[in-house]
Ligand binder design. Structure first.
Ligand SMILES: [Zn+2]
Length: 129
């Protein structure tokens, strides 16, 4: 799960302030972490904190338990971060009854039963910053 390029990201998540790589030459925000920018192939990448704002692109509910710390049923959402990258995560309750796609969500940090801190999302009903 944790590759060498991911280490700063997981440390920032554990600290409650997720950072992703930002490409200095082209301005792209990169996820997952990478040695070079896939857009312009630059290696001049800086870690920057993300805003935490995102929009739901798609979602699914899984009815099978794969890991004891993550009992079914649970949802999986694909969100587009305001910085651009698409991230696969989970939406925390309260869950919308319908119409998940296009919902504004915000990043939170959930400590799982196994002690691992994961970036997750909650519906953001507040005014858009
Ligand atoms: Zn770039």
């Amino acid at each position: 799960m944790m590759g060498m390029y991911d280490v700063p990201m997981w440390h920032s998540i554990r600290d409650g302030a997720m950072q992703l790589q930002h490409c200095a030459p082209c301005g792209a925000t990169l996820y997952p972490p990478t040695p070079v920018c896939p857009h312009c192939l630059s290696g001049r990448l800086e870690w920057k904190r993300v805003s935490g704002g995102a929009t739901v692109l798609s979602w699914a509910v899984f009815h099978k338990t794969y890991l004891e710390a993550y009992p079914a049923p649970y949802n999986v959402v694909a969100v587009r971060l305001d910085e651009g990258p698409v991230m696969v995560s989970n939406l925390e309750p309260p869950l919308p009854q319908e119409g998940w796609i296009g919902k504004r969500v915000k990043l939170i940090y959930a400590t799982m039963p196994d002690g691992f801190v994961l970036p997750r999302f909650v519906i953001d009903d507040g005014p858009r910053a």
